[in-house]
Design a protein around this ligand. Structure first.
Ligand SMILES: Cc1ncc(C[n+]2csc(CCOP(=O)(O)OP(=O)(O)O)c2C)c(N)n1
Length: 561
């Protein structure tokens, strides 16, 4: 079958199961846009290419499939960069397809020529530059395979315009065999046995459950392991939902804004079992004093993560689900009653302080709003966020019972991620309630995607927590710069009118009562809805481990008397 390169591209994408792509056209990708009309793929026209990458990312995180973003060369491609870096830091499988100038123009500073494979080399798992039509099918096959296998990540395919126009014989290749790339599955059995010995000796074990649990689909194995060995489970920001928040062994979120009982448990542990996490600085605090008495077992698919930040006693390089299935029969049922009681005491103390987090004093706090959204949605919505205080409150007060419900930019901390990723998530989950909880600062970074939400009728509810500040930066200035507020005060537009200008129904809430009405309104109104919550301006996120402090050296929630 002889086809044009553009047709081969779509033939290949359809064979990879692609049903939706998020993109923005331009000169160098026009042949692909033209051919697209003949294929059963829904194109979502974004308003900025960053939105396309975040939508592809949100789609991927909510579905486990590969998300696809499409753009032209030059500025179209560079606008994708923040979204690609965001996906790379959080191991999200996306494939970005960019048009490139014709191969004979490359290197001549042609119109809209940018070396996008050069620019994205450090932030992609792999990238390709295609200069002829006969390469396309093989490259698409490999790109999808690389994006979703092993430790997932973004892959970029840059296709010269001539390659889209020229013709070639189309044959879709079989499963790729890539020299030097064989993602591991089983860890070495002698290491698994050694891990089982350490587990048997432990009196105060803690599991650190990361994004890898969700990536590997190892929720059941995590649960069975935790229950059999009676080991409490601390979760990273991206690991939330790997064990239900209400499970008696759940310690909730660890790290900079983790609960005190969780961080205390990690610091007092005699064994840490790190499952698919990477000891990021936001979860360890001061590395020199991190979990000083704990031996460490690290199960991780990416060998470059082993000993990267924390030296471990037993590295188990492999797919988490597979490794846990190998390990589980080797461990004895555990009994750590004393340890769990100690943790329960710390938990009680936190519960007392928690009540202080949402006092009924007539004022509207962000924590109120998030708690109300959680109750209103029965804790079962997909929640996306931007980055900042609201992100941490969402992690703390929206108690995730299910996996794949919390979509947030952890590694890169990308403001503007919330709304576009919610739109992407909706395309993969049209029957589920989807909430984008965003800050007034972050929302404005990608607010143009309101137009996309309106055009697509995306059933996404947008909750802006408007504190008129770049709240998280303001908090750091309050705590660590003697309250010298510098560049954090926001003079905002009228968000309700803004939404209405896009044809999106909107409400503003300033009191507790108005919150309930607003949530009811959003729930009853089909399609996108924007809610603006005018919250207290100077709330702080507690607890907080200051940068570089020991993990249990936390600024706790103040007890108001
Ligand atoms: C693209 C980008 N620029 C800057 C930052 C640094 N930053 C982190 S949190 C934050 C404040 C966010 O403010 P807002 O969106 O209003 O949310 P809030 O903290 O008030 O909940 C800033 C500026 C970032 N994370 N991302």
């Amino acid at each position: 079958m002889v086809k044009s390169g553009a047709e081969i591209l779509w033939e290949s994408l359809v064979r990879e199961g692609v049903e939706v792509v998020f993109g923005y056209p331009g000169g160098a990708i026009m042949p692909a846009y033209d051919a697209m009309l003949n294929y059963p793929v829904h194109h979502v026209l974004v308003r900025h290419e960053q939105g396309a990458a975040h939508m592809a990312d949100g789609y991927a995180r909510a579905t486990g499939k590969v998300g696809v973003a499409l753009s032209t060369s030059g500025p179209g491609a560079t606008n994708l960069v923040t979204g690609i870096a965001t996906a790379a830091m959080d191991s999200s499988p996306i494939v970005c397809i960019t048009g490139q100038v014709a191969v004979d123009l490359i290197g001549g500073d042609a119109f809209q020529e940018t070396d996008v494979t050069g620019i994205t080399l450090p932030i992609t798992k792999h990238n390709f530059l295609i200069s002829s039509a006969d390469e396309i099918a093989q490259v698409v096959r490999e790109a999808f395979y690389i994006a979703r296998s092993g430790r997932p990540g973004p892959v970029l395919i840059d296709i010269c315009k001539n390659a889209q126009v020229e013709t070639a014989e189309f044959v879709y290749p079989g499963e790729p065999q890539l020299r030097g790339y064989q993602p591991p599955r089983h860890a070495a059995m002698k290491d698994v046995q050694r891990a089982a010995e350490l587990i048997a000796e432990a009196e105060r074990p803690v599991i650190l459950a990361g994004h890898g649990v969700l990536k590997s689909g190892a929720m059941k194995e995590l649960h069975d392991f935790a229950v059999k060995t009676q080991t409490p489970v601390a979760m990273t920001l991206l690991g939330l939902g790997s064990l239900p928040a209400s499970h008696p062994l759940s310690l909730g979120m660890m790290g900079m804004h983790g609960e005190a009982y969780c961080n205390n448990a990690i610091q007092q542990a005699d064994l840490l079992l790190a499952f698919g996490m990477r000891f990021d600085d936001r979860v360890t605090g001061n590395l020199r004093t991190y979990a000083p008495r704990a031996r460490k077992i690290h199960v991780e698919i990416d060998p470059t993560e082993i000993h990267k930040n924390v030296r471990v006693d037993v590295p188990l390089v492999g797919d988490l689900k597979t490794v846990l299935n190998d390990l589980l029969p080797l461990v004895e049922p555990g009994d750590h009653e004393e340890w769990l009681e100690k943790i329960a005491e710390w938990k009680d103390d936190t519960r007392q302080r928690d009540i202080q987090a949402w006092p009924e004093d007539g004022l509207l706090y962000s924590s109120h709003v998030i708690r109300d959204i959680w109750k209103f949605t029965d804790g079962d919505a997909i929640v996306t966020t931007d980055v900042g205080q609201h992100q941490m409150w969402a992690a703390q007060y929206y108690h995730f019972e299910q996996p794949y419900r919390f979509i947030t930019s952890g590694g890169a901390g990308t403001m503007g991620f919330g709304m576009p990723s919610a739109i992407g998530a909706w395309f993969g989950n049209k029957d589920r309630e989807i909430w984008a909880i965003v800050g007034d600062g972050g929302f404005q970074m990608t607010q143009a995607e309101l137009a996309t939400a309106a055009q697509e009728g995306a059933n996404v509810k947008i909750a802006i927590l408007n504190n008129s500040y770049l709240g998280m930066v303001r908090q750091w200035q309050e705590f660590f710069f003697e309250k010298r507020y510098s560049g954090v005060s926001l003079q905002n537009p009228d968000f309700v009118k803004l939404a209405e200008a896009y044809g999106i129904p909107a409400r503003r809430a300033e009191t507790r009562e108005e919150v309930s009405d607003a949530l009811e309104f959003a729930h009853k109104t089909p399609g996108p809805v924007l809610l603006e919550f005018v919250v207290e301006m100077e709330e702080a996120v507690f607890p907080m481990v200051p940068t570089g402090a020991d993990l249990d050296d936390m600024i706790r929630r103040p007890v108001r008397r």
